[in-house]
Design a protein around this ligand. Structure first.
Ligand SMILES: [Zn+2]
Length: 103
């Protein structure tokens, strides 16, 4: 079972904006339960202690000749992080049904 990171560490981010709701975490856990069938061992360290970050991350779109800036369109991601080494897997939140698309 993959846990929400803050449930294990007790550490919370300072802002509430962007934090996944309980209903969204249920969607994430359901998706992972259906799709995370080969990801039990970390690619880097071989451990299997994964956590789901409780906030969305995003990767900005970079267009030719432009540097990514805050406020630009971006893809939202769910982060699944190895608790042993920090290796992080980015899963598209749109594909999971968490986000409506590039913001
Ligand atoms: Zn690892």
């Amino acid at each position: 079972m993959i846990k929400c990171a803050h449930q294990k560490t007790g550490v919370h981010m300072p802002e509430d904006d962007g934090k996944l709701t309980d209903a969204e975490m249920k969607i994430v856990n359901k998706w992972l339960g259906e799709k995370w069938v080969r990801g039990s061992l970390c690619y880097v360290c071989g451990q299997s202690d994964w956590e789901v970050e409780s906030y969305l991350a995003h990767a900005p779109l970079i267009r030719a000749g432009l540097i990514a800036r805050l406020g630009e369109k971006a893809y939202p991601f769910i982060l699944v992080i190895c608790a042993n080494c920090g290796h992080t897997v980015f899963i598209n939140a749109v594909a999971m049904g968490i986000s409506k698309g590039a913001a």
